[in-house]
Design a binder for this molecule. Structure first.
Ligand code: DAH
Length: 360
C-alpha cells in the first residue's frame, strides 16, 4: 500500500499547489478522470485475488474519497478567491460625478415657446392647438375676412390642391394662428383664456421673412375684459419674457378685421453699437397686433357677444426670439447649421420656468 500513500501525497500536494481553477481541473483529471491514475488503478482490481481485491479496493476508495474531498475544498476556496478578486478589480465608485456627454441643443424657437408658455400658464392661460392645414372658413371667414376682403391678398396664402372638378374653396396653410381662436371658443365656449403657439405660412422670403414662421395667439374672453386687461397682460408678459425690471409698451391704433378696436404694440428699446436693449432708449420695435375681439368673430365661434367680450393678440415668436437673444438674421433659424445651433442653442435638459429662471 506504499504506492497508495505515495499517490495520496502526490495529489494532495498538487491540489494544494493549484493556483487557479483550471490548474485544479487538470489535477482532478490526472487523478480521478476516466483516464486518471487512480481510475486506472481501480481498473486493475479486477485482476486481483478476491481477498487482496477487498483490502485494496477499500484502500483505493478511501484514497479516491480523500482526493475528491481535497479537490472540492480547494475548488470552493479558489472560487471564493476568484470572486473576491473580481469584486476588488471591478468595483465602481458610484459617488463620482458623471462625465458630461455632448447632446443636441434646444432651438431658440423651441426655447422661446417653452418660455412664453411658462409665463402665460402662470397667468392662467392654457395652450390650445389647431391644424396647420386649415379650411379657409377658419383661416378667413370666421375671422371676419370675407372672400373679397383685401386682407386675403395681404396674407400671401399658400393654397392646397383640389381635385379637378371639386369647386369647394381650397384649404390653405394657415397664414396666422388666429383660426385657433375660433376652434378653441367653439370647443370650450366662454369664459376662456388660451394661448396658441405654432407654425404659420406665407409666400414671402427675405432677410426678415421666411415662408414658414411662428406666432403665438392669445385670447381672453369673459364678462368684463377690457383693453386695460390686455395692456397689463402684455406688459407683464414682456417684463417676464425679456427678464428686465420694467418695460414700456406703446399702443398704436391699427386695423384688423377680427378686432375692434385694434392696436399694434411697440416696445421701447435702444440700438447702441449694434447692441439691442429692451426697456430703455429712444427706439420702438413693433412686436404684435391686438385688440378687442370683434362681435362677429365671437358669433362665428358660437359665443354670444351681448354676454361676453375680451381681447386677442398675435405675436411673432421668431421676432421676439431675435430680440431677446440678439439673433440678426431670421433665415438662419431654418438652415439647420449645427455651428449656429451650438452657438444659439440651449441646454437640452433645462426647462424654462418662472421660479428657476427662464433662460439660465
Ligand atoms: N393674425 C394677425 C397676423 O397674423 C395678428 C393678430 C392681430 C392677431 C390682432 C390677433 C389680433 O389676435 O387681435 O398678422
Amino acid at each position: 500500500m506504499d504506492g497508495l500513500d505515495g499517490l495520496k501525497a502526490k495529489y494532495l500536494t498538487a491540489v494544494a499547489q493549484a493556483a487557479h481553477e483550471a490548474a485544479l481541473e487538470e489535477v482532478r483529471l490526472a487523478a480521478l478522470g476516466k483516464k486518471g491514475e487512480i481510475s486506472a488503478l481501480m481498473g486493475s482490481l479486477g485482476k486481483m485475488e478476491p481477498d487482496a481485491r477487498k483490502a485494496a479496493g477499500a484502500a483505493m476508495n478511501l484514497l479516491k474519497d480523500e482526493i475528491d474531498a481535497a479537490l472540492r475544498a480547494k475548488k470552493a476556496a479558489l472560487g471564493d478567491a476568484a470572486l473576491d478578486e473580481r469584486l476588488r478589480s471591478e468595483w465602481l465608485d458610484v459617488t463620482l460625478p458623471g462625465r458630461p456627454r455632448r447632446m443636441g441643443t434646444i432651438h431658440p424657437v423651441s426655447q422661446v415657446m417653452e418660455e412664453l408658455t411658462a409665463i402665460f400658464a402662470d397667468m392662467g392661460f392654457a395652450v390650445a392647438e389647431g391644424p396647420q392645414v386649415e379650411s379657409d372658413w377658419y383661416n378667413f371667414d370666421a375671422l371676419n375676412i370675407p372672400p373679397e376682403h383685401p386682407a386675403r391678398q395681404e396674407h400671401d396664402t399658400f393654397f392646397m390642391h383640389r381635385a379637378e372638378g371639386d369647386n369647394r374653396p381650397p384649404h390653405v396653410l394657415r397664414t396666422h394662428t388666429s383660426p385657433v381662436q375660433i376652434r378653441a371658443m367653439t370647443e370650450q365656449g366662454a369664459p376662456i383664456r388660451v394661448i396658441a403657439p405654432g407654425r404659420v405660412y406665407r409666400m414671402d422670403m427675405d432677410q426678415t421673412h421666411t415662408p414658414m414662421f411662428h406666432q403665438v395667439e392669445g385670447l381672453a374672453i369673459d364678462r368684463d375684459i377690457s383693453m386695460a386687461n390686455l395692456k397689463w397682460t402684455l406688459e407683464e408678459f414682456c417684463r417676464a419674457f425679456f427678464e428686465v425690471p420694467s418695460v414700456e409698451l406703446r399702443f398704436r391704433a391699427s386695423h384688423f378685421p377680427f378686432t375692434e378696436p385694434s392696436a399694434e404694440v411697440d416696445i421701447r428699446c435702444s440700438w447702441d453699437g449694434g447692441q439691442l436693449k429692451i426697456g430703455q432708449g429712444d427706439k420702438w420695435m413693433e412686436i404684435l397686433g391686438s385688440g378687442m375681439v370683434h362681435p362677429k368673430v365671437l358669433r362665428a365661434a358660437g359665443v354670444n357677444p351681448d354676454e361676453w367680450q375680451g381681447f386677442a393678440f398675435g405675436m411673432g415668436i421668431d421676432r421676439i426670439a431675435m430680440l431677446k437673444y440678439g439673433i440678426p438674421d431670421l433665415r438662419a433659424f431654418f438652415e439647420s447649421d449645427l455651428r449656429w445651433l451650438r452657438h444659439y442653442g440651449f441646454a437640452a435638459l433645462d426647462m424654462p420656468n418662472l421660479p428657476g429662471g427662464l433662460s439660465r
